[in-house]
Write a protein that binds this ligand. Structure first.
Ligand code: NAP
Length: 358
């Protein structure tokens, strides 16, 4: 399996993650790096310079690649690659239009952006949870009038710890969920160098994050009906999202109630035994064990546990009964790996394995 790919928004925080993750990818080869017209024409090394925020150096093969203009060069880029990853910082309606331009140029788009997450024929996929939603792509292609082109998105980084942890518990009838998230600064495209105000600080507001955290799980748990995905109506979800002084890794403190309350052992067993289509297909970026429970009271910790299985596994701890809800627990996922670029690469692997790029 071999596909040529482009990274739209390659200079940004998520774009840099894509570049790093794809450096030695067994199926995907980066042929195009694109960003805004401000950056187009520079080499990747010139364009990113001091802004390189990854722990590993910039991939050698990409240093001298000349950045293309993501908006002006759509047709050219579409002719050079089999699909693109997209993570750009633009207005929502501009992103919607840009992604549709690529799709209509017969270039599939795997997007990290929120713009199309609630378009009802665009699948929003966490590959272990709702891989069957990719089947809506046929209906989307009909609407767009394309043969190959389509848009598939991943969900917001804030939901990627508690929603996977809740997923195998749905058989007990989840009625309500409360989650408080403690989110890393890389989620805002920042480092401590570029956002020194975050040192020794907590900010109790992340624009738009709570709406996403409340609503996106219901699309992930929705069903295909005809030519659209219809959102689930339960559980009722409420969240608070805080920015905390951590470089990478979003933690969530979650509370959950059920129609049929399981035992603690039932929950631990459901987490241990859960695996999905990515594990079955042995996709290159799939973690072997998706949900990992720690018995220690002081885990998971961002610094110790965010990189588990290449940052693609979810860690969970502190499961116990609660006085207001049936249970509470704490969970963690790496926000720019599982929560952003890594999750998108896994989704692309699923789509490749199912023939959607052919
Ligand atoms: N960081 C996370 O953990 C995370 C997680 C999930 C989703 N996301 C989403 O991913 C997207 C990117 O986030 P980020 O943190 O990587 O942002 P970022 O670091 O600010 O990077 C933004 C990227 O967008 C490009 N861009 C800006 N205006 C453009 C234009 N008019 N045309 C083409 N490219 C343009 C920038 O290129 P220039 O260098 O040329 O300006 C840069 O490559 C956002 O939609 C964000 O919500 C981020």
């Amino acid at each position: 399996m071999h596909y040529n790919v482009g990274i739209i928004g390659a200079t940004g925080m998520v774009g840099q993650r894509f570049a790093s993750l794809l450096e030695n990818h067994p199926w995907f080869e980066v042929k195009v790096l694109a960003a805004s017209s401000r950056t187009a024409g520079k080499t990747y090394k010139e364009a990113v310079g001091e802004r390189w925020a990854m722990d590993t150096p910039m991939p050698k093969a990409m240093e001298d690649m000349v950045i293309m203009d993501a908006q002006a060069d759509v047709e050219k880029i579409a002719s050079m690659v089999d699909f693109v990853f997209c993570a750009v910082n633009m207005k929502k309606d501009e992103i919607k239009a840009l992604e549709e331009m690529y799709a209509k140029a017969e270039c599939p788009v795997i997007s990290n952006n929120s713009a199309h997450r609630h378009t009802d024929d665009v699948p929003m996929v966490i590959p272990e949870l709702n891989p069957e939603h990719i089947e809506i792509i046929n209906a989307q292609r009909k609407r767009l009038g394309t043969k190959r082109g389509f848009i598939a998105v991943k969900s917001n980084c804030s939901i990627q710890s508690y929603v996977p942890a809740l997923h195998p518990l749905r058989k007990y009838g989840i009625t309500k969920v409360l989650a408080c998230t403690y989110q890393a600064i890389s989620g805002a495209g920042k480092t401590f160098k570029t956002w020194p105000e975050m040192i020794d600080n907590v900010i109790p507001y992340i624009g738009g994050e709570e709406e996403k955290s409340n609503l996106e799980p219901l699309k992930v748990w929705g069903k295909i009906e005809g030519d659209k995905i219809v959102d689930a109506t339960v559980p009722s979800i409420t969240t608070q999202c805080l920015r905390v002084p951590v470089s990478n890794g979003h933690i969530a403190a979650a509370f959950v109630s059920f129609e049929n309350k399981p035992s603690k052992e039932d929950i631990l067993k459901a987490w241990k035994e859960f695996s999905g289509v990515p594990q079955e297909l042995e996709l290159p970026s799939a973690p072997k064990q998706f949900l990992n429970y720690f018995e220690e009271d002081d885990r998971p910790q961002t610094k110790l546990d965010r990189d588990m299985e290449g940052g693609m596994a979810i860690s969970i701890g502190r499961l116990r009964e609660d006085t207001q809800y049936d249970y509470k627990f704490v969970c963690l996922s790496h926000n720019t790996l599982r929560g952003a670029a890594g999750g998108a690469v896994l989704l692309a692997e699923l789509l490749a394995a199912k023939g959607y790029f052919d």
